[in-house]
Write a protein of this length. Structure first.
Length: 212
């Protein structure tokens, strides 16, 4: 029996690659595609697929929030979260929202299909590239709280305003500090969160659902 898939990814070129990969396997058919979380909700409502492949970092509505909404309304639909980030916080954000599995975008085609097969069998799939220590968080602990606890009050303010679209100059004016101080706080955020540069801060916050 052919299984239907909703493919959610904001980058069209990546989405096209995933579609080609999935449809190379006759047991799967892409029923719909979406470029953000809101489109994903509409696509799921329209097609009620067997499984959703969900990117976590997207505009309008991030993957964590979309997973939470889909699982609340369609608990029978399986969701495999996809991300380029190999970080504990991303995994827990997706899992706490209700994802049935977690795979890295760097995974091979056979591994991705293996992951899809596993979650459709009712198993929880975790990429073998992720260390077991990622799943030692005490039960009931909020991962968003865990991440935000690492940050100072000022760093949290800056990250929140950045997620609202504020540039460095607007941030400086809103917080009555200099642009240079804003840049220093952003550098600290990048270091604490293990990111490559300040340009990744907003994507990180969206993917992890820090301010849902």
């Amino acid at each position: 029996m052919q299984r239907t898939v909703v493919l959610v990814e904001d980058l069209e070129i990546v989405r096209e690659g995933l579609r080609s990969l999935i449809e190379a396997y006759s047991e799967y058919q892409v029923a719909a595609e979406a470029g953000d979380g809101l489109e994903a909700l509409r696509a799921v409502e329209r097609t009620e697929p067997d499984i959703v492949l969900m990117d976590l970092s997207m505009p309008k509505m991030g993957g964590v929030e979309a997973i939470r909404d889909i699982k609340r309304r369609f608990p029978q639909i399986k969701i495999l979260a996809l991300t380029a980030y190999k970080r504990e916080e991303h995994i827990h954000g997706a899992m706490n929202a209700g994802a049935d599995g977690f795979a890295l975008k760097s995974t091979s085609a056979p591994q991705l299909v293996e992951a899809m097969d596993a979650v459709l069998r009712g198993e929880r799939y975790i990429s073998p590239d992720l260390p077991p220590s990622f799943f030692d968080t005490p039960a009931g602990q909020s991962q968003a709280t865990s991440v935000l606890d690492q940050l100072t009050e000022r760093e949290t303010q800056i990250l929140r305003l950045a997620c609202e679209g504020s540039g460095n100059k607007v941030l400086a004016e809103a917080l009555c500090i200099s642009v240079k101080t804003v840049e220093k706080h952003k550098a600290n955020l990048v270091r604490k969160l293990g990111l490559g540069s300040a340009t990744e801060l907003v994507a990180f916050a969206r993917e992890y659902g820090l301010f849902d």
